[in-house]
Design a protein around this ligand. Structure first.
Ligand code: KG4
Ligand code: ZN
Length: 390
């Protein structure tokens, strides 16, 4: 006679209780320093890092795949996934060596499980799960955007709540960050992300790939950043949304009106001036929208800090424009160092650590997600549990 035939729900419960028992030794070690390995493979950087809860980055290894993708003028998902597979083991080994610890010195392993290019995300997530299983470590699934969002807490010890401008290759959002996993979206782009606009502008100007740093470099050489008239889409609007397609089209129209030289390129002076004009227009609209969001944030929370994060936050002109916006609004300002704005493993390790020390870990069948918005309720963490520390 069959007394008990486990259903999927029973098995999930069993799994959860097993997973909890795995977590306990790590939670007991909480009075000592907690160390987390973070793995990032969602786009074209293969990265691993170890951080501790004293906000120290013990190692941070980033392998850029730029040379693999450059001939194609952009990231090719299949090439990215294969390159992650080839290099990730060595990158993790180097992260451990640089931090001078072994797997036994870790309390948890975290990996980006989305959003991003799904082949690459799966390589990183499966590797982290395999380490977790083999070493009896808790696995923490990290939303890549949350990695960017929480980095300023690692680098600048920013406290909740804060206003976040998240600017990357795929996202452009203003959010109130209330806690780990707790985000309220104030505004987002209605078309392109600002990083995408930088990349497309670079392509139009023949500056190559990746676009953002190339546009910034060209802009520093500009003789007249006001030589080209460029729009500020959405500036002055009462909401907090963005639009960048009009700005991109304006750059294209200016390019079409220029006389290319015999080799098809434009005169360096025109390229530099157009790059500077685009960069200033992008910074102006980002600052304008952020001022609007700052008004709302101050109404909602009193005062606070403006944080800028994501790859585009590496841009110096933008940082200056945002710092001014924060000053005008009577808010503090924090931006991680440029190397921690672009994709890296430390941001994933830190977000994993923040989630883990609130008691959060994830099952080994956690699914990788190509799309995963930051205000998704699944990200919420109960930070009211006893012993949870922020
Ligand atoms: O956060 P990230 O490294 O990857 C994504 O999650 O998308 O952001 C990449 C984006 C690219 O569009 C890149 O051109 C842009 O960030 N970026 C910059 C700069 N450095 C990277 N944009 C403007 N100025 C920069 N210095
Ligand atoms: Zn990113």
């Amino acid at each position: 006679m069959i007394l008990w035939s486990p259903t999927a729900i029973d098995l999930e419960k069993l799994y959860q209780s097993w997973a909890k028992s795995v977590a306990y030794p790590a939670r007991l070690r909480y009075s000592e320093t907690m160390r987390v390995l973070g793995i990032e493979t969602s786009c074209d950087e293969t990265a691993a890092a170890i951080v501790d809860d004293d906000r120290r980055v013990l190692s941070n290894v980033v392998l850029s795949q730029l040379d693999d993708h450059r001939p194609f003028g952009g990231v090719v998902p299949e090439i990215a996934a294969r390159a992650h597979l080839t290099h990730l083991d060595g990158i993790i080994e180097k992260a451990l060596t640089d931090a001078d610890i072994g797997f036994e010195g870790l309390d948890a392993v975290a990996a980006t499980t989305g959003p991003g290019l799904i082949g690459g995300v799966m390589v990183g997530a499966i590797t982290a799960k395999a380490i977790a299983l083999a070493r009896g470590l808790p696995f923490v699934a990290v939303n890549h955007l949350e990695g960017h969002a929480l980095t300023a807490r690692l680098t600048n010890a920013v406290e909740f709540p804060y206003l976040l401008l998240l600017v990357s290759g795929g996202h452009c959002q203003l959010l109130a960050v209330e806690g780990v996993g707790r985000y309220t979206r104030y505004g987002t782009t209605v078309d392109d992300a600002v990083g995408e606009a930088f990349d497309k502008t670079a392509k139009l100007l023949g500056l190559g790939f990746p676009g953002g740093p190339a546009v910034e470099r060209a802009a520093t050489q500009a003789s007249n950043p006001k030589a080209f008239d460029l729009p500020r889409p959405m500036a002055g609007k009462p909401h907090c949304d963005f639009s960048f397609s009009g700005l991109k089209s304006a750059v294209r129209r200016h390019c079409d009106a220029l006389q290319p030289r015999s080799d098809g390129t434009y005169a360096p002076e025109d390229v530099q001036n157009l790059a500077a004009g685009f960069q200033q227009a992008a910074a102006d609209v980002l600052a304008d929208r952020t001022r609007r969001a700052a008004d709302r944030f101050i109404k909602d929370y009193g005062s606070g800090v403006l944080v800028v994060a994501g790859g585009v936050a590496a841009n110096q002109t933008l940082r200056v424009a945002l710092e001014n916006a924060a000053n005008d609004a009577g808010m503090g300002f924090a931006a991680p160092p440029p190397g921690l704005c672009t994709d890296n493993g430390a941001m994933i390790a830190w977000a994993g650590l923040e989630r883990f020390r609130l008691g959060r870990q994830d099952p080994l069948d956690f699914k990788a997600r190509p799309r995963w918005p930051l205000d998704d309720p699944s990200l919420a963490v109960d930070d009211t549990i006893e012993g949870a520390s922020i």
